[in-house]
Design a protein around this ligand. Structure first.
Ligand SMILES: O=C(O)CNC(=O)[C@H](CS)NC(=O)CCC(=O)C(=O)O
Length: 276
């Protein structure tokens, strides 16, 4: 199968963000085999004020953002890991949600970001409080896609190895990590975290990132989208700029690495529990 990650520089304009993704899908250089496309976190709405995130956060059944992404999956016949969008749930809470759509646009699964980025960073923004707009999810998710078992994590989640351990135990063979890492923390940690999670879980890891100065420079993200093999090798990367990075991957390597180095079986610690 071929995996394609789109590095984006999303803005507050939903229409512009959709137009960019569509223009890139039109140009996607694809092989004959199955195709998985991964978009970054907040792919259709980046860095809006809390009120704007909330304004677009409609119920899933009414979400134009969700509908637009499902239509792109169907039109371009890809398994689409649709970054993340704000969704209002039945309980009145807003979630930072990643949908996975099949080739025909049908929904294969959804994941709500578990760990919210309430962190002080030494950059222009300084204080990030994602929890002002969003509520954390409540479950881990491994999606049974036609291309294999795909675990989901979003951005700041990459720092929580217990989540990745749980995804592996739930059957993941590959893990998608839509992200919008800050420039400062990305430079320090992003690549090492992706490689560590790939090595620990013996999964392919797809880190699809936002890049550059957003909305006239009010926020800056690190980019460096990459595809990491279950052995920890970076098999494709895009340091800067927007556009595609791609790799052909064979999930057989996941199983041969696990057979030779059975760390799951060797582990002497019991499984982590999700705190609710
Ligand atoms: O706010 C938006 O519009 C887009 N969303 C983000 O940028 C999110 C939540 S603030 N960013 C992160 O999780 C960065 C994590 C990170 O950088 C780290 O773990 O070091």
């Amino acid at each position: 199968m071929q995996v394609s990650l789109l590095q984006c520089q999303s803005s507050r304009s939903v229409a512009d963000n959709i137009a960019f993704i569509e223009s890139q899908l039109k140009q996607l250089n694809r092989t004959d085999g199955a195709q998985m496309v991964v978009l970054p976190e907040c792919c259709l709405l980046f860095g809006g004020q809390e009120s704007q995130q909330l304004q677009y956060a409609t119920r899933a059944e009414d979400s134009k953002l969700k509908q637009a992404l499902a239509e792109l999956a169907a039109q371009y016949q890809v398994v689409l890991v649709a970054g993340s969008i704000p969704i209002l749930a039945a309980d009145g809470r807003v979630y930072n949600r990643c949908y996975v759509f099949d080739h025909d646009g049908s929904e294969l699964g959804q994941y709500d970001k578990l760990h919210l980025f309430d962190v002080e960073v030494s950059d222009g923004t300084k204080q990030y409080r994602e929890s002002d707009a969003f509520c954390p999810g409540e479950r881990i998710v491994v999606v049974d896609t036609p291309l294999g078992k795909l675990g989901l994590a979003i951005c700041y989640d990459i720092r929580f190895s217990d989540l990745f351990r749980a995804l592996r135990e739930a059957g993941a063979e590959m893990i998608a990590v839509p992200a919008a890492f800050t420039k400062v923390t990305g430079e320090a940690h992003w690549q090492v975290l992706l490689q560590a999670r790939a090595i620990e879980t013996q999964c392919f890891v797809f880190g699809a990132a936002q890049w550059g100065a957003h909305n006239g420079g009010s926020r800056e993200t690190w980019g460096q989208s990459m595809i990491v093999s279950p052995w920890g090798e970076i098999i494709a990367q895009k340091p800067q700029g927007t556009g595609w990075l791609q790799a052909d991957i064979d999930l057989q390597s996941v199983h041969s690495i696990r057979a030779k180095m059975p760390v799951m079986g060797h582990n002497r610690f019991i499984a982590p529990q999700l705190k609710l």
